[in-house]
Design a protein around this ligand. Structure first.
Ligand code: NCD
Ligand code: ZN
Length: 344
């Protein structure tokens, strides 16, 4: 027996496409399913100015295979030297959709991130004025803060002060991993949203560490305790429009994941929608998948929902996903949920 679910075509509100050969390898994996994605700017060097974003957008468009439709929504990497006027111009010209805040050193390629938040005050004020959202990598980086506490400490010591100091600033808490973050979203007003990844709905920290270390489950923010995973599943499947899909699909070649100092990132572009259908069905919430993947994100960003549709089908045989995506710089392992999935 085949079951099916048709929803509006989804979008990905947090995606790493990289550049060059890696981008060419992973872009079709996203464009096959998603109509639009918020493209992370953490290239080396980062995408900082409107001109950088326009050039990167053009490279993405050029790499898109014939016949695929996909719209990259660009972000600017916030540095202490970011010029508010350049940000406003890029927004007005439709080049940049949002600005991304990485605390310096928080994650892959974040060395140019912000150390002194007073230095970006003028940019944040300009963004509040023009209604341009700030996407945050919500982790502090002080060495004395335990890695499992970094998100909660960020909320108290960075995010909440920024939001109080900049009324009207729209903020997306990206890839939330804790009940604290979900609670903070719920306790605040409509200018605040949060993305949740596919993998954080599926793995907790035991999956990374028990029975041998699993480098392909290592990402940042690192997965937390099971109670937090449960809180994320509850938020994603609740129908609350402040929570929406941002896969944070972050490709690294295998030799850099399976390494003494392995890179952070899970690659989920290929199988996200079947995995989400599995997770939502298990919660009796299949009817809320469309909101999470296709409606809440556009509503937050003030964009129309997609007119096209995506049909997910469930069969009685497990779906076979490719184990790896080939790339010139080395194969990229596709996220393995560790259980059979019947949706495709
Ligand atoms: C991302 C990457 O590889 O660029 N890695 C990750 O673990 N999520 C960076 C990020 O979003 O933190
Ligand atoms: Zn990311």
């Amino acid at each position: 027996m085949t079951e099916s679910l048709t929803i509006r075509r989804p979008d990905d509100w947090h995606l790493h496409l990289r550049d060059g050969a890696m981008m060419e390898a992973v872009l079709p994996e996203t464009a096959r399913t998603f109509a639009r994605a918020i493209i992370m700017p953490n290239l080396v060097p980062p995408v900082v100015t409107g001109a950088d974003a326009a050039a990167y957008r053009d490279r993405i468009r050029a790499a898109l295979p014939e016949g695929m439709s996909f719209q990259p929504l660009m972000t600017l990497y916030l540095t202490e030297d970011t010029d508010p006027a350049d940000v406003a111009r890029a927004h007005a010209e439709g080049i940049a959709t949002a600005v991304k805040l990485y605390p310096a050193g928080a994650t892959t390629n974040s060395a140019s991130g912000v150390r002194d938040f007073d230095k970006v005050r003028a940019v944040l004020e300009k963004m509040a004025e023009i209604g341009m959202p700030l996407c945050t990598h919500g982790e502090v980086t002080s060495p004395e803060v335990d890695i499992f506490d970094r998100e909660a400490v960020f909320i108290d010591t960075v995010l909440d002060p920024i939001r109080r100091a900049t009324p009207g600033l729209r903020v997306v808490m990206e890839h939330i991993t804790t009940s604290h973050a979900a609670d903070y979203v719920r306790a605040n007003d409509r200018g605040l949203g949060a993305t949740i990844t596919t993998h954080h709905l599926i793995i907790n920290r035991n999956h990374i560490l028990v029975g041998g270390i699993k480098p392909h489950y290592y990402c940042l923010p690192v997965a937390k305790r099971e109670e937090h995973r449960r809180a994320l599943v509850a938020a994603a499947t609740s129908g609350d429009a402040r929570f929406f899909l941002g896969t944070d699909s972050a490709p690294h070649p295998d030799h850099l994941k399976e390494h003494p100092c392995g890179c952070a990132g899970c690659f989920t572009a290929t199988n996200t929608m079947p995995l989400l259908a599995h997770v939502f069905e298990a919660e009796g919430a299949l009817d809320r998948l469309e909101g999470f993947a296709s409606l809440h994100g556009p509503a937050f960003y003030g964009l129309p929902a997609n007119e096209e549709t995506l049909t997910l089908t469930k069969s009685d045989q497990p779906t076979t996903f490719p184990a790896k995506i080939d790339c010139e710089v080395g194969p990229v392992t596709v996220f393995d949920p560790g259980f059979p999935v019947y949706w495709s």
